[in-house]
Design a protein around this ligand. Structure first.
Ligand code: SF4
Length: 418
């Protein structure tokens, strides 16, 4: 039986798409290979959001070139955000690659009909489900709209059908994915929105939890906040990238909100959903970012106190507006210094937030075992480890927190049958 191997670089969307590609390969009679050397078909799912990711992709492409030379029968496919519309250029640049297909587009020879309702055979307890592809926002630093195209939502019935299927195969949680989930449904005939979808998914028997990411602060509306507040299975966790704490930088980033508007949204969310955990993204070293502007970002983080902050150094991506209009004028060393400074600050904040959970009871959905302990997440996304001799995979259990760190919690089980 021929074997396939998938290399995935990048975001959850790429991971979800690779999972689906794996299923399609299995349906074509392939088996997964343990290593790239044992594969007859290698798929590289690429990311070019940052320079570093692109360098990793280039390394893999070189490795594949060497492999192809020693094994000419090896088939190679490239997908993900490196694949743009100019396939001829890519073919000339990488003659050792046999197939190119754009992110989220499954090629006909894999047996897909174009849409992505793919029957996963053995889903994990928590499974990613893409609900909208592409992005219409064109933030000035971001390459995604150029590579993933315009927003395209999946029909509600297709998403529901897929989630029912996943639950039938053992999934208890779904994480709905989109570059901007707030736009879900805008392009569909009856214009359903994410709140509509969440209400319908909530009715699926056997599904315990629903999460979604990523939100855009300019688009997150009251209906969605109401859905988080009132729909039982929707978890209290929101991914709300702020990117900067300075209005001028936000304007240059084309984010279309001000720091004041962002803070108001956070206040509203916390007022209506007191348990909500907030996750944000920050870019440091955007062109022209002064020390004062950087300090404004730190001030925002110190005051809002997010549960998690993903911080990245600005990376100049040549198709983007920022690359065309602004000079990448912050030295790499300065970017690194700012990045480290935010990571240090956030470690202290997360330590303080998690410490408050000491002695508290939390509901955990058990996702697996690591180093002799069960692990899973609380409703608001905290990673919790605990010991039990029972098989608890996929179960909702109650755990008391006995130790905390900035990154995870340790607990002891109180009730294994919630
Ligand atoms: S919202 Fe902005 S940052 Fe997010 S994918 Fe769209 S263009 Fe990129």
């Amino acid at each position: 039986m021929p074997r396939y191997y998938i290399w995935t670089i990048g975001c959850q969307m790429n991971k979800a798409e690779s999972e689906r590609l794996g299923v399609l390969f299995c349906q074509q009679g392939y088996k997964p290979a343990a290593t790239v050397n044992e594969a007859d078909f290698v798929i590289l799912n690429s990311c070019i959001v940052r320079q570093k990711a692109e360098e990793r992709v280039e390394d893999k492409i070189k490795t594949l070139e060497v492999l192809k030379r020693s094994r000419p029968a090896l088939r190679i496919a490239l997908t993900g955000c490196l694949v743009d519309s100019d396939l001829d250029v890519l073919k000339r640049r990488f003659p050792h690659i046999d197939y190119f297909f754009k992110p989220g587009e499954y090629p006909g020879w894999l047996g897909d009909k174009g849409s992505a309702f793919i029957l996963l055979e053995q889903p994990q307890v928590s499974t990613f489900v893409p609900i909208i592809q592409g992005c219409n926002n064109f933030c000035s630093y971001c390459v995604v709209p150029y590579r993933r195209g315009k927003e395209k939502s999946r029909p509600v019935n297709e998403v529901i059908g897929e989630v029912e299927h996943l639950v039938g195969r053992g999934s208890r949680e779904v994480v709905l994915l989109g570059q901007n989930v707030d736009s879900f449904g805008c392009d569909l005939p009856d214009k359903p929105d994410l709140a509509n979808l969440l209400h319908q998914l909530n009715e699926i028997e056997g599904l315990a939890r629903i999460r979604f990411l990523t939100n855009h602060p300019k688009d997150m509306g009251d209906r969605l906040i109401g859905a988080i507040e009132n729909i039982e299975k929707v978890c209290e966790q929101v991914n709300l990238p702020v990117q900067s704490g300075d209005d001028e930088i936000l304007r240059k980033m084309r984010r279309e909100y001000t720091v004041k508007q962002y803070r108001k949204l956070v206040e509203k969310l916390r007022e209506r959903v007191p348990q909500v955990a907030l996750i944000t993204d920050v870019i440091v070293g955007f062109p022209s970012e002064s020390e004062k502007q950087f300090q404004a970002t730190k001030k925002l983080l110190s005051e809002v106190k997010f549960d998690t902050v993903h911080v990245a150094a600005y990376s100049n991506r040549k198709e983007t507006l920022a690359a065309k209009v602004y000079k990448d004028d912050i030295l790499i060393a300065k970017k690194k210094e700012r990045l480290n400074s935010i990571e240090k600050l956030q470690t202290e904040i997360a330590k303080e937030i998690n410490k408050r959970l000491l002695g508290e009871k939390v509901e955990v959905l058990v996702e697996g075992r690591k180093k002799g302990k069960w692990y899973g997440r609380s409703r608001n996304g905290k990673l919790v480890f605990f010991t039990s001799f029972e098989n608890l995979l996929g179960r909702l259990v109650e755990v008391r927190i006995v130790d905390t760190s900035p990154w995870s919690l340790q607990g002891e089980i109180i009730d294994s049958n919630r």
